[in-house]
Each structure stands twice: as structure tokens, then as C-alpha cells.
Design a protein around this ligand. Structure first.
Ligand code: FAD
Ligand code: EPU
Length: 339
């Protein structure tokens, strides 16, 4: 547990932004975290918990704070009954490896969330979701350490206030808690979710005869690999913006002006709009200026081709946001955490 000063962040974020953190350390247990928080290098600097760095943009290129990388490991079964098995994972476990471990052990529920980068500890932060499933569907509880009060608190699903790419940790409790472990409720009797059209198509393409959690996971991995840039090759943080929701009247007006707009009905008569489609219509898909760009296959993903600065990516995101506002009268919200 060494505290280092002026540490390069390049290998700690999937955008590949080379900024620096004023102070940096790792921790592998609650005791280590407690010690670091009680003996900070400079008491006035804010702590920031880092996971895999796959949903973060270091926009200012220098983080004047104390960055603490969570490396708490361990996966254990804590309880089981006829229906479910409750599995607790350390926040520093790789999310995808955890999903693979569940699949290997015939524990169902998270297979649609295969290949999402990052760590278990960040999974509740924005209630990660993909291909018709969100973690809230299998979430049981989490343990989090309050960094100012030095208390360990348990949150159940209602406490977390999960929404689409939302939780209480991004709002009311922003910057207050370090998530230590997350317990998921996995099913012994799987209910397959292939509602997302592309999964059915891919399963057919794969020639799958008997549906199981392995084949669904593989279908999701195949779709994701064909669409999304691999951060090991091109820096990115997945979808840069959320898909916005509009009411029925706004949707009807947009549909009239743009008959091909991509929209899905959601709760209360509202519609969720595909931000990627709108960004593409504004002409951004494949755009590149210097090393900052908009991915050529997925316009919702901003990319760093090598040496873009955090500020360049941020300014590009503002231009994208402004043009969608101008053309569609819809305000996009950034999904990526801006530091
Ligand atoms: P980080 O980027 O390290 O941190 C994200 C935020 O959470 C920061 O504010 C950080 O301070 C905070 N944080 C992290 N860990 C903790 C902790 N233990 N306690 C308290 N705060 C913490 N997301 C989806 O929802 N669905 C997708 O399909 C998806 N696809 C992606 C595809 C690609 C190619 C990439 C690069 C990203 C994708 N993402 C997706 C986004 C990202 O993978 C998730 O948000 C992931 O959960 C981030 O995990 P992380 O450990 O990298 O978090
Ligand atoms: N589209 C375009 N042009 C584009 C991109 C998308 O027209 O450049 C259209 C597609 O044709 C499709 C629709 O938009 O009709 C939706 O596209 P896609 O299925 O690729 O999903 P998305 O809405 O762009 C969301 C999530 C992803 C998640 C996928 C699969 C958000 C912000 N993004 O993307 O999550 O993996 O669905 O469920 O909700 C992430 O959060 O980082 C992320 C990658």
C-alpha cells in the first residue's frame, strides 16, 4: 500500500487518456482503505474510487485528488435455497470474469451482461445494462464504506434507487461511498431473455439448437465484438451519452419530422430515443479531428485514436450534444463520468 505522487493515469482508463493523479494508491481490504482515508497525503484533497476505468473521462488531464484503486477480490456463495444462489463478489473482481464464473457454475441471470468491461464494484453505480437486462434484475445487496463517517453500510435494491444508468451513488451519495462487495441473486432455474432482436438472430446464425446460458452469453459476446470498439485497440468508454427519454407528444412531432427515427416505447407512454441514430443523422459517425473521433460503426461511442487529450474528447462531446439539440430539440446527457 504505497502512496505515489503525480502518477500517470494512461493505463488506468480505457479511453487511454494520459493525465495524472496528484496522489494514487491501491487497496485490497476495508482495513487498507480505512487506513488510507485516515492517513491521507493531504487531508483537503478529495478521494476518488477507481475500478477498471472504463466509464471515466479525465477531462482536465490532472486530477488534484487522492485516487484509490479498488482491488478487493473474492467470490463466495453466501446462501442458497431451492430457487436461488446468492453470490458475493469483491468490488475489485473483473465483471466479465465474474459473469463467466456464474455461467461455469450454472448460475443464471447475468449472461446477457457478458463482456461489459470494468469491475464488479462499479456495476451498481450506473446499474449496468445491455441486451434487455440490467443488474437490478439480479441484485441482492451491497456493502459500502462511507469515506467521511468511516462506517460500513449495507444497501438493498430499494436503497440503491436504480434507474436506467442511474443509482443513488451517482446522485445523492456521489463521492461518499466506496463499494466493497456486491451480492447477486442467481437463479438455479434460468429464464432466458432473448427479447433483444439481435440475440435471436445471432443464435440462429450460430446454429444453436438448445438454448442455455452459455449460448446466450456467446451470442452477446459475438454481437458486442462486431459492434463496439475494443478498448485494447481504440480508446473508448462505451456509450458516451445516454439514450434520452421524451414524452408522447415530443415523440409524435419528431416522428413526423423524421419518419425513420429509432424509438422504443417505455413506461408512462414515454419513448426512449436511440441517441446513436440521432448522432449519425447529424453527420458525426466516423468523424475524426486529430486523435479524437466518433466511432465509425457506433456513433454513440467517442474514441481516442492515440493521443487525444481528455479536453479534446470533452469538447467533441459538447459539439455532438449541441448539434443533436439543434437538429432534434433533444438534450443528450453524458453517461461517462467526467473527472
Ligand atoms: P470506473 O470507470 O473505474 O468508474 C466509474 C465510476 O464509478 C466512477 O465515478 C468511479 O469513481 C466509480 N466507482 C468505480 N468503482 C467504485 C467503487 N467500488 N465504489 C464507489 N465508486 C466506484 N456499460 C453498460 O452499462 N452497458 C454496456 O453495455 C457497456 N458497454 C461498454 C463497452 C465498452 C467497450 C466500454 C469501454 C464500456 C462499456 N460500458 C457499458 C461502461 C462501463 O463498462 C461500465 O460502466 C462499468 O461498470 C464501469 O466499471 P469500471 O470498474 O471500469 O468503473
Ligand atoms: N444506431 C444507429 N447508428 C449508430 C448507432 C446506433 O442508427 O451509429 C441505431 C441502431 O441501428 C439501433 C439503435 O440505434 O437501431 C440502437 O443501437 P444499439 O443496439 O447498438 O444500442 P445503443 O442504444 O446504441 C445501448 C446501450 C449500450 C448497450 C446496448 C445493447 C446506452 C447508452 N447504451 O446502446 O451500452 O450495450 O444498448 O443493449 O443505453 C454503454 O452503456 O456503454 C453501452 C455500450
Amino acid at each position: 500500500m504505497r502512496i505515489s505522487e503525480n502518477v500517470s493515469l494512461r493505463s488506468y482508463n480505457t479511453f487511454g487518456i494520459s493525465g495524472q493523479a496528484r496522489f494514487f494508491s491501491t487497496f485490497s481490504s476495508v482495513d487498507e482503505l480505512k487506513y488510507l482515508l485516515e492517513h491521507p497525503p493531504l487531508p483537503e484533497l478529495p478521494p476518488l474510487i477507481l475500478g477498471g476505468g472504463s466509464n471515466i473521462l479525465f477531462a482536465s488531464n490532472f486530477f488534484e485528488g487522492f485516487m484509490l484503486k479498488n482491488e478487493i477480490k473474492g467470490i463466495e456463495v453466501v446462501r442458497e435455497d431451492d430457487e436461488y444462489i446468492y453470490v458475493k463478489a469483491g468490488a475489485g473482481e473483473s465483471w466479465h470474469q465474474f459473469v463467466m464464473d456464474c455461467i461455469k457454475n450454472d448460475r443464471a441471470g447475468l449472461e446477457n451482461l457478458s463482456l461489459i468491461p470494468g469491475n464488479v464494484g462499479a456495476s451498481p453505480m450506473q446499474n449496468i445494462g445491455a441486451y434487455g437486462v440490467e443488474i437490478k434484475d439480479c441484485f441482492h445487496e451491497l456493502e459500502a464504506y462511507h469515506m467521511q463517517d468511516h462506517t460500513l453500510v449495507t444497501f438493498n435494491s430499494a436503497d440503491c434507487q436504480f434507474g436506467y444508468r442511474e443509482s443513488v451513488f451517482k446522485r445523492k451519495y456521489k463521492g461518499q461511498f466506496a463499494i466493497i462487495s456486491v451480492t447477486y441473486r442467481l437463479s438455479k432455474h434460468p429464464k432466458f431473455n432473448t427479447s433483444y432482436g439481435a440475440i435471436e438472430e445471432e443464435l440462429k446464425h450460430m446454429g444453436v439448437k438448445e438454448l442455455n446460458i452459455r449460448s446466450i452469453s456467446q451470442a452477446v459476446i459475438n454481437i458486442r465484438s462486431s459492434k463496439l470498439p475494443n478498448p485494447a485497440e481504440i480508446g473508448n468508454a462505451g456509450s458516451f451519452f445516454k439514450n434520452p427519454t421524451v414524452d408522447a407528444a415530443k415523440h409524435a412531432a419528431l416522428k413526423e419530422a423524421f419518419p425513420h427515427i429509432v424509438a422504443y416505447p417505455v413506461a408512462n407512454g414515454d419513448y426512449k430515443l436511440a441517441a446513436g441514430w440521432m448522432i449519425e443523422q447529424c453527420g458525426w459517425k466516423g468523424f475524426r479531428e486529430g486523435d479524437a473521433g466518433v466511432h465509425e460503426r457506433q456513433a454513440l461511442v467517442l474514441v481516442n485514436y492515440g493521443n487525444a487529450t481528455g479536453d479534446e474528447i470533452y469538447r467533441l462531446s459538447q459539439r455532438v450534444l449541441d448539434s443533436v439539440q439543434e437538429k432534434f430539440g433533444v438534450e443528450l446527457e453524458r453517461e461517462v463520468n467526467i473527472i
